[in-house]
Design a protein around this ligand. Structure first.
Ligand code: GLU
Length: 313
């Protein structure tokens, strides 16, 4: 434990997006985030990232499944569940702060226009923005009529890097690797990148443990934290759970689907034990509860590249 950990209580969180029923890979993340903070006597928060709840009708049902699947595995949390769908006014306040700092501009580009440009793409296939709406406004050109703009934040001419406990060092040169990104979509829904920073900041989160598909979002988030006056948490980006051939689990194939898992395993402890073995926390699968697993937890044991779905799932 270093000095800063002694002085600040550890606060972790699980922040799933219930756009479908969560699979075992998501719950593995929750389990590790829980173990990491509870092994240091920390608090564990649950936040449902249902920003798009109005458009995705299934989110309520998926959230109910999520809470039930967490209870099945014995993953408890502190305090009330936070729902992003109820926090739009708070996010709007932070967009206002960015606006007052002169960092926000409207972007009228449609998805088709963005994809038509032969720009390089981010890992999630979003094109790296060429600032065309900013340049247009600077030339004094009028915006297109009848279109509602998205809002983009201007990134600084800077490299932002961080040491990740599991992934190692990662950095991006923001203008080249990410460019100005959307903080509020044209339909008025705030973007994940903004909401995650505001919510982690306001909840006092000190450690973010999540899947390593989000490593590439982290420099952007650190930029927003610095700009909005929040501390940067520690990061642990863990490998994704894959099938036996090393392919990322897909909801379509039903691999790791919790419905199937629960039809087969009536006791959550068997599932925890199997995941713990896949994560190299235990030498072999056994039935074990999360509190019983605490003495075996060591983030350094987690494989860096991939974690294969345990046999029988
Ligand atoms: N809501 C995101 C997801 O389900 C995770 C966000 C985060 O942990 O920062 O992929």
């Amino acid at each position: 434990m270093n000095d800063s950990e002694k002085s600040r209580p550890v606060v972790g969180r699980f922040a799933p997006t219930p756009s479908g029923r969560l699979h075992l890979g998501n719950l593995m993340c929750a389990m590790l985030a829980w173990l990491s903070v509870r092994s240091r006597g920390g608090k564990f928060l649950l936040r449902v990232e249902d920003l798009d709840a109005a458009r995705c009708a299934g989110m309520k049902d998926n959230t109910a499944y999520l809470l039930d699947d967490m209870a099945f595995l014995g993953i408890d949390y502190d305090g009330e569940v936070l729902y992003q769908s109820e926090r739009s006014d708070i996010y709007a306040g932070y967009v206002q702060t960015l606006t007052e700092k002169g960092l926000i501009y409207p972007c009228y580009c449609s998805r088709a226009e963005l994809h038509a440009a032969s720009a390089p793409h981010l890992s999630d296939n979003t094109p790296i923005y060429d600032r065309r709406c900013l340049l247009r406004a600077q030339r004094g050109e009028a915006p297109p009529v009848g279109r509602r703009p998205a809002l983009r934040v201007m990134v600084p001419d800077e490299k932002i890097g961080f040491f990740d406990t599991v992934y190692g060092y990662y950095e991006e040169y923001l203008p080249r690797d990410c460019s100005d990104f959307v903080v509020r979509r044209s339909d008025g829904v705030h973007a994940y990148q903004l909401a995650v920073v505001v919510d982690d900041g306001l909840s006092g989160v000190t450690e973010v443990l999540r899947g390593n598909d989000l490593v590439f979002s982290t420099p952007r988030q650190i930029f927003l934290q610095r700009t909005l006056g929040f501390d940067t948490p520690d990061y642990c980006h863990i490998p994704l759970l894959t099938d036996a051939e090393g392919r990322r689990l897909s909801k379509r194939d039903g691999d790791g689907c919790m419905e199937t898992v629960r039809a087969r395993y009536k006791d959550g402890r068997a599932v925890i034990g199997a995941l713990a073995a896949a994560l190299c926390l235990l030498p072999e699968p056994q039935s074990i509860s999360l509190p019983e697993l605490l003495p075996y937890f060591d983030i350094k044991k987690i494989p860096r590249d991939s974690v294969k779905l345990p046999e029988g799932f």
